[in-house]
Design a protein around this ligand. Structure first.
Ligand SMILES: [Zn+2]
Length: 177
C-alpha cells in the first residue's frame, strides 16, 4: 500500500484529502448541534406512546423486550438485512412509521441500514458506552440501534447510517399492483 501510494503522488493527495474530509466531517458532526438530520435531539423527547413496564412485558415477546426495552442487539444477518423490496418500516413497539424502503441501503454491516428516517420520529442520544449514538423511537422510547455519520457513504443528505435491529422494526411490503 505504501509503495503504491508513494509511486502515485496524485493518488496520495486524493487519499489524504479523503482522510482529512472524513475526519473533519466526523468532528463537525460530534461537536455541532446544527448538523442536518431528521433525527430528534436528545433533549426533545416525545414519549407519548410509551407505557409502563408491565404492559411492555405483556405486549412484547421475550426477545422483543430484550431488544426494545433492554437495548439488546440482534445477531447479524437477520431476515431484514438484505430486504430491499418497496414498502415501509414501522416501530415494533408502537407502530410508528420510522423508515421507507427508499431509505434503506446495503451498508454491509449485517444489520438493516437506513441513510435517513421519517422526520421527527427517531431520537438520537448518547449511548451508555460513551462513544456511540443510540437511536430510539421518539414516540415510545424503544431502542432501535445506533446512528453513524461521516463514514464515506454516498447516499443523499443526511447520508447517515441508521444501524437498526431487525426485531425493532416491522416491514410492511408495498401492495402489489
Ligand atoms: Zn415506537
Amino acid at each position: 500500500m505504501r509503495s503504491l501510494l508513494s509511486s502515485h503522488p496524485s493518488l496520495t493527495s486524493k487519499f489524504r484529502a479523503l482522510i482529512t474530509a472524513t475526519t473533519t466531517r466526523s468532528f463537525y458532526t460530534m461537536s455541532t448541534p446544527t448538523t442536518f438530520t431528521h433525527c430528534v435531539p436528545a433533549d426533545q423527547p416525545n414519549g407519548s406512546k410509551d407505557v409502563d413496564d408491565a404492559t411492555w412485558r405483556t405486549k412484547l415477546s421475550a426477545h422483543e423486550y430484550f431488544i426494545l426495552r433492554e437495548k439488546g442487539t440482534d445477531a447479524r444477518h437477520g431476515p431484514l438485512d438484505k430486504v430491499f423490496a418497496p414498502g415501509d418500516y414501522f416501530c415494533a413497539g408502537c407502530g410508528t412509521h420510522l423508515y421507507t424502503a427508499g431509505m434503506k441501503y446495503d451498508c454491509g454491516c449485517g444489520w438493516p441500514g437506513f441513510w435517513d428516517c421519517v422526520p421527527g420520529v427517531v431520537r438520537e442520544q448518547p449511548d451508555k458506552d460513551g462513544r456511540r449514538t443510540e437511536i430510539v423511537c421518539n414516540l415510545c422510547n424503544s431502542h432501535l440501534g445506533h446512528v453513524f455519520r461521516g463514514e464515506g457513504f454516498t447516499n443523499p443528505p443526511p447520508n447517515e447510517r441508521h444501524c437498526v435491529n431487525d426485531t425493532a422494526v416491522k416491514f410492511v411490503p408495498a401492495e402489489s399492483k
